[in-house]
Design a protein around this ligand. Structure first.
Ligand code: ATP
Ligand code: MG
Length: 596
């Protein structure tokens, strides 16, 4: 491609809309343009990168025997009503764009495709003889994200590879799942990414395993915890650890103590000369279920620890049926504003005990009349602990479960953190890193097949729900993540596997007929040899062209400058900036070798 003919505009200044370096660089180097919130056009250079990534994904997927297909982006509401996700996706979470067609039918724009594929499997799979099956597609997804940001990282329209597998049993599912694990690692390796596979939260679906693939980058939105010995890595949402041992309490007698204005762990510990690990603190949450029921949740956790809200959400989802609901639509700390709506009288905030009286909940309010009390494992074995006295400015010390307080239902709600000991080996200490989630593979089980009655007949003639797996990979997010991991002060440094072009031939002075002639000859020869090449024969200053070449990040630059007098050109490696003089006649061979 000749740059003089390409629609290619670079920007000198950093665009104000961008925070992340990768986002700035893709805008500045003319890869993408924003047309609205979370909406980006992939200009020709970007499209080439996306095609390269897609080709790698396709090759590795096909290699496993998975079959490519293309599902519809417009999805009938009925299918989502069958799976029970229509209301949560269009209303509660509001992530799905929904519209009504001319015949008054509701349809949604696909944020994901479990419903469509399960409907297809229901219609086409009858017998165990047809199993296993694995279908995938590479397609644009639509999600009305709450906070679209960081360019292609979190768009409202983005490209995803999504695959879905069907099996007769868990064992067969696991085989495909582990095969996908290997295939994903290959894809990311081939794209030149530094990544880590981590245990992930499986959300409300529960039970079976799931794993995320994180591209390691400071700018990532996800926190990862891992151990040096590489045997443990997990998303912080899912991570477990051994919290530090509690310091034994020096209180040996139960009593109420005056702790004026000491409503925080830090201040009360200072006053009482105790350790935060001796305190049972209460955190009050408010959950709203999909049937409209509000429940107040009183979580008791050790003073030095924090609640992992993803774990809490999973526990509360499990309990939904007790309150007549299926899913939860909102979970938040019951802040003073929300307290005004249901609290009968002012709560002793900062001084709450595990047995805060249910009578605080106003009878006339629409919330469940009893607190749902949960205790994290960190408080289960505490003795002679400190906690609130349910009275402003008072605490109790020397308290014990089974004596002064009833131990609530014990669950794991503790947020693992850096410095904690690892469960698999307490001598290993958890460390943190930040990552960008580029893939998520998932053992779904029978959640969708059961709800949508997608069954098959096994060898014994029994009718069973299909066992499913799903495997997502963010193609457009991956492209930007690659930039976030590889740039310098001058611009992008593409890995040659996904660069839009391999080589840029820069003619410093287009007025010089010899320079132009060598440039044209090399351009034609490289192109004929199958090297993807750009020719910069724009009527611009040499400095501008060099800057642009660095910015756009093409792996090799060939300069038809002064050295042509000696029959040579300069070849500059974008990543290392090392310049090599190469005989004009050997350029094709030299570059073919480099690109191998
Ligand atoms: P996140 O937690 O980042 O919102 P997710 O859990 O919603 O991701 P999945 O539903 O598993 O993501 O989608 C599969 C992949 O699609 C993700 O791993 C990610 O790479 C990509 N992806 C998800 N949402 C977006 C988005 N808004 N923009 C670009 N890529 C996305
Ligand atoms: Mg998401």
């Amino acid at each position: 491609m000749r740059l003089s003919q390409m629609l290619w505009v670079t920007l000198r200044e950093d665009p104000a809309e961008a925070e992340l370096t990768s986002h700035k660089l893709l805008l500045r180097a003319g890869y993408i343009r924003r047309v609205g919130s979370g909406l980006y056009v992939y200009l020709p250079l970007m499209w080439r990168v996306l095609q390269k990534i897609s080709a790698i994904v396709r090759e590795e997927m096909n290699d496993t025997g998975a079959q490519e297909c293309l599902l519809t982006q417009l999805q009938p509401a009925e299918l989502w009503q069958e799976s029970g996700r229509w209301d949560t996706y269009t209303k509660a979470e509001g992530i799905m764009f929904a519209l009504t067609d001319r015949a008054n039918r509701e349809v949604g724009l696909g944020p994901t495709h479990e419903e469509i594929i399960t409907a297809i499997a229901r219609d086409t799979i009858r017998s165990y003889r047809q199993l296993p099956q694995h279908l995938y597609q590479i397609q644009t997804k639509f999600r009305d994200e709450i906070r679209p940001r960081f360019g292609l990282m979190r768009g409202r329209e983005f490209i995803m590879k999504d695959g879905y597998s069907f099996h007769e049993n868990e064992e067969s599912l696991k085989e495909t799942y582990y095969e996908m694990d290997r295939a994903y690692r290959k894809m990311f390796d081939r794209c030149g990414l530094k990544f880590r596979a981590v245990e992930a939260d499986s959300g409300a679906i529960g039970g079976s395993g799931s794993q995320e693939f994180m591209v390691l980058a400071e700018a990532g939105e996800d926190d990862i915890l891992f151990t040096e010995d590489s045997s443990y890595a997990a998303n912080v949402e899912k991570a477990v650890s051994l919290p530090p041992e509690a310091v034994p309490s020096h209180f040996d007698k139960f009593e109420k103590v005056h702790t004026p204005k000491k409503g925080t762990i830090e201040t009360v510990c200072k006053l009482l000369k105790c350790d935060p690990t001796q305190v049972v603190k209460q955190v009050l949450y408010q959950v709203i279920y999909d049937n409209g029921t509000t429940v107040l949740v009183l979580v008791s956790i050790r003073g030095d620890r924090d609640v992992n809200e993803v774990k809490l959400q999973n526990e509360l989802t499990k309990l939904a049926s007790i309150y007549g609901g299926k899913a939860l639509i909102n979970l938040q700390v019951a802040d003073p504003e929300s307290q005004q709506k249901w609290a009968h009288s002012k709560l002793p905030v900062g001084f709450i005990s595990p047995s805060l009286d249910d009578s605080y909940i106003d009878k006339s309010s629409t919330v469940s009349q009893k607190f749902l009390r949960l205790a994290d494992r960190t408080v289960e074995h505490l003795q002679n602990f400190v906690t609130g006295a349910d009275e402003a400015d008072y605490h109790v010390v020397g308290a014990n479960w089974g004596k002064e307080f009833t131990l609530p239902t014990v669950v794991n709600l503790d947020k693992a953190k850096e410095g904690d000991r690892a469960v698999h080996d307490p001598s290993q200490i958890l460390q943190t890193a930040r990552g960008i989630e580029v893939g998520h593979i998932f053992q779904l089980g029978t959640k969708y097949s059961q709800a949508m009655k997608a069954t098959f007949t096994n060898e014994q003639g029994e009718e069973l729900p299909l066992v499913m797996g799903c495997y997502g990979l963010g193609v457009s997010r991956l492209a930007q993540a690659a930039v976030e991991q590889s740039y310098d002060k001058d611009g992008i440094i593409w890995n040659k596997a996904i660069a839009p072009y391999h080589v840029i031939v820069t003619v410093p002075n287009v007025g010089d007929a010899k320079q132009m002639d060598v440039g044209e000859r090399l351009y034609t020869a490289l192109d004929a040899a199958g090297v993807e090449v750009l020719l910069d024969e724009r009527d611009e200053r040499a400095g501008v062209k060099f800057k642009d070449a660095d910015l756009v990040g093409i792996p090799y630059r060939v300069v038809t400058g002064k050295a042509i007098a000696d029959g040579k050109v300069e070849i500059v490696n974008r990543a290392t900036k090392v310049a090599t003089l190469v005989e004009i006649e050997s350029v094709v061979e030299y570059l073919q070798n480099e690109l191998k």
